[in-house]
Write a new protein. Structure first.
Length: 119
């Protein structure tokens, strides 16, 4: 199930780790959306504001742990770190990012802090 990162996802993660808002936004389609912490952020103008404050602004980094291609959608499990408020978070925060890609651009991204399943 593990796979290599598609080019746009690799660029997205490199841009996040460089705290480069313009590069991050350039990985998204104009009408893309992000679902982060149960918030929907639609379109590149809103994505730019979100990324500038909560990714580049909080110096978020992603250390990729696992990549899965699930029927063309890419799931990236990564350790997140940064200067954001870490209250009530585990010492090592690993979240899953679910990327949908069309035409070489990210059209949707859901970032979820999953819990282990009992099944």
């Amino acid at each position: 199930m593990s796979t290599e990162l598609p080019a746009v996802v690799a660029e997205h993660i490199a841009a996040v780790n460089a705290f480069d808002t313009d590069r991050i936004v350039a990985t998204f389609a104009p009408d893309a959306y992000i679902n982060d912490n149960r918030r929907e952020i639609w379109g590149t103008a809103a994505i730019r504001a979100f990324v500038a404050k909560e990714f580049a602004g909080d110096h978020v980094t992603m250390e990729v742990r696992e990549v899965i291609d699930h029927y063309g959608d890419i799931i990236v499990r990564a350790r997140f770190d940064g200067t954001y408020d870490k209250s009530n978070l585990p010492e090592e925060l690993v979240m899953s990012s679910y990327f949908s890609i069309r035409g070489g651009k990210i059209v949707s991204l859901a970032v979820i802090f999953n819990q282990p399943s009992p099944y």
